[in-house]
Design a binder for this molecule. Sequence first.
Ligand code: ATP
Length: 223
Amino acid sequence: MIKLDDVSYSYDGTDLLHGISMHLAKGSFHFLTGPSGAGKSTLLKLLYGELTPTKGMVSLENQDLRGLDRDGVAMLRRYVGIVHQDCQFLDHLNLWDNVTLPLRVASEPTKPQDVADLLGWVGLTSRVEATPPELSGGERQRAALARAVVMSPEVVIADEPTGNIDWEMSKKLLSLLIELNKMGKTILIATHDLALIRAAKSEVAARVLRISNRQVIQAGADL
Ligand SMILES: Nc1ncnc2c1ncn2[C@@H]1O[C@H](COP(=O)(O)OP(=O)(O)OP(=O)(O)O)[C@@H](O)[C@H]1O
């Protein structure tokens, strides 16, 4: 379980996030919303260890992320799969090599059939040779999801995964995330897309969190 205890974060001496305590229970499905600039991406980065809190503690299975040694960081990378807002692909590598990169970085074997199944699951079997610039927005997002789950993480964190894609593709991506949740994965999605949240709530018991006044609050049922 990932947990924040009284976490504050500031880029410039003034707290952007202040005194936040929350946890992602195993198997839960959360949305994180709030106005542009409220700190959604920052909060996600704290949760997956890219940023260190100015104050307070982020822990994974009760272990402070700040104290993680090399093995601990490797465990964190396995535990949490991330769909970055801008996908963050290597443009000179094809889709297959981008999706399997986390395995090579972690010195894990690439099992071709597993990767082929994964790419089939996201509907990209015919695009394995394409490089990221040759992919459409929806293909890139599905490839980013495939890369996020290639190491079978327990938690998937997605930052605005439907920001640049149309509604049909957004629903497709959502259905993949719901499928993962039904397999027991913990899901956290930062989004502005209220239609996406409503669509998810008709299928899963999703909780909606909102960043407001530097705090994380439970969003109202009205949304
Ligand atoms: N590396 C950084 N250095 C300084 N300020 C930053 C940095 N990253 C983000 N900020 C600022 O922190 C604030 C919150 O940014 P963040 O990206 O977390 O917000 P957000 O809620 O995800 O926004 P959006 O919905 O527009 O993606 C913004 O004012 C942003 O300019």
